[in-house]
Write a protein that binds this ligand. Structure first.
Ligand SMILES: Cc1cc2nc3c(=O)[nH]c(=O)nc-3n(C[C@H](O)[C@H](O)[C@H](O)COP(=O)(O)O)c2cc1C
Length: 153
């Protein structure tokens, strides 16, 4: 399937803007590949919406002691009950390396939750320290390529 016929949803959570910047890079990289993209703030999004797309990206921040975004808790809980057999998802997010083992832990939590849906992850959990820089853009471009390769298999 040419990428031009594919659709993707990019769901993000942010307080200070770093994760929206990550989401914007993903949107740009996807659109550069001809994918139609819908960007959506997590508290305004139902996980069932993923069923309307070929690919899903979730971009959460991590807060106190490795916690999920508060405003994303409903989305997170409801995600476990959505059937996404063979759906391709990918995860990226900004945290702060200062937090050591808790660095970007929300990505690990979302990965576990997605496993319950039957969806398959593309690429690695893409952890970004604070605001995304040039190297992060390269990592995010690679993540998009991995997701497109998986969905086009
Ligand atoms: C009170 C507080 C707790 C935080 N806890 C974590 C954490 O456990 N792990 C982590 O990686 N980052 C943590 N961070 C850092 C944020 O995740 C990081 O600043 C991120 O870039 C914020 O994303 P946003 O700009 O999209 O809101 C914390 C930040 C604050 C203010």
């Amino acid at each position: 399937m040419p990428a031009a016929n594919l659709t993707a949803q990019v769901v993000f959570a942010t307080i200070t803007g770093n994760n929206e910047a990550v989401a914007d890079i993903l949107v740009e990289e996807l659109e550069n590949q001809g994918v139609s993209v819908k960007k959506s703030e997590i508290s305004q999004t139902e996980p069932e919406e993923l069923q309307d797309f070929d690919l899903g990206f979730v971009v959460p921040y991590t807060y106190d002691e490795g916690s999920l975004p508060d405003e994303g808790l409903d989305y997170f809980d409801d995600l476990a009950d959505v059937a996404l057999p063979d759906f391709t998802y990918a995860l990226a997010g900004s945290g702060d390396t200062f937090y050591g083992d808790l660095y970007c832990l929300a990505l690990d939590s979302f990965d576990e939750q997605f496993q319950k849906t039957g969806a398959k992850r593309a690429g690695e959990l893409t952890r970004i320290n604070l605001y995304p820089g040039d190297q992060d853009r390269e990592k995010l471009a690679a993540l998009v390529q991995a997701a497109l390769a998986q969905v086009q298999k």
